[in-house]
Design a binder for this molecule. Structure first.
Ligand SMILES: [Zn+2]
Length: 133
């Protein structure tokens, strides 16, 4: 049994189901996954490369950085909605109903409200002006 990519003959056994077993090429530089059906030299290429521990760690750090940056991004989006004359309701773009309000919506709202309170030239809503007459 040989890896079709590197010619390696050592494999790690992965998850199995039915008559086949997923095997991973043991070559650290290769790490391709195959489906082994129990027949010698018959490997089905799963077209998947197993990430190394370093790659996995790099991916985890990148994902974390993305998550950490998210609140600022949504906050700034909310402020931008206000500056463009939008309504606070536009901050709730991911919420189909009140059950669905999530973190990104709340950060957008916070950005909107802060931009609103920092705006010294803000005008009252037209509707309110009319009802006070
Ligand atoms: Zn290989």
């Amino acid at each position: 049994m040989k890896c079709t990519y590197c010619g390696g003959t050592e494999f790690y056994e992965g998850p199995s189901g039915g008559l086949s077993t997923n095997i991973l090429c043991a070559n650290e530089k290769c790490r391709h996954w195959f489906n082994y059906m129990g027949v010698i030299d018959k490997l089905e290429d799963l077209n998947r490369v197993e990430p190394t521990d370093e790659e996995r760690e790099a991916e985890r750090i990148a994902k974390q950085a993305e998550r950490d940056a998210a609140p600022d991004k949504f906050y700034e989006e909310g402020a931008e909605i206000y500056r463009k004359g939008g309504s606070a309701k536009e901050c709730l773009e991911s919420a189909p109903d009140w059950h669905g309000v999530n973190g990104s919506d709340l950060y957008r709202l916070a950005g909107f409200v802060d931009a609103l309170s920092a705006d010294k030239d803000r005008k009252p809503l037209l509707k309110k002006q009319q009802s006070m007459e």
